[in-house]
Design a protein around this ligand. Sequence first.
Ligand SMILES: [Zn+2]
Length: 264
Amino acid sequence: MDGKKPKFIILLYHKIGNYTEKSKFPGLYVREADFDAQINYLKKKGFKFVSLSRLKTLYDCYYQEISTGETGKGGKPGAAAKASDGGQKYAAITFDDGSKSVYSKGFKVLKDNGVNATVFMVSGLIGGLNEWDIGNGEEIDEMLGLPELKEMREYGIEIGAHTRTHPHLTRVSPREAYNEMASSREDLEKLLGVNINFLAYPYGDYDESVKQLAKKAGFEGACTTKTGIVKKGADFFALRRVAVRHNTNLFKFKRKIFKVSHFY
Ligand SMILES: [Zn+2]
């Protein structure tokens, strides 16, 4: 009677649109049509689209009820929610960095499909340029401005933190790593007037110490770039995702979702 577990998948995107030939990291781009096709495929498969905070609430609700049942403590609100959640599939679309293309190209696709998402913003570069990537040799890209963040937030898109300047958190001092995470959260909370609950580690770079610092900075969870789904016993400070790239055509996308659903 355990066969019907809900499924939680977090997708990782960066920029929406076509990469140019000057682009050093074309993998960061996903064309609008591909993005739209991917959302529609998941919809057809019965996925519901949620923000990360919503995903965590649903996850806690389901798995706490399971353990409540096992220990015989607590009561029954559990059973109802469990039954209604059994077998439901949830997808959380996430965008790392806060490229303006998420607004100029991706937002329309999200709205047309009536789906939600989470945007991890480099808080020191709001309305600026992708300076860390330019430093890595990538072409110039504009970042989301405050009005765009606010508009997306009003639609229901969750904003998460992606540090202030996008450093490798394991390569800076613990104090600096903490400041990058905590100040990013504070900046965004002040500017947007909402709680910032989730973080994505820049470059997916983290270790045990960075994880502890992220907890200390007040987050409820943090995303990595490791592949996987969010299943029972998941470490919410090392959340796994499914990365989608410019060459992830629908066939590859389906295969990725299938693989990750069955083998991770
Ligand atoms: Zn990033």
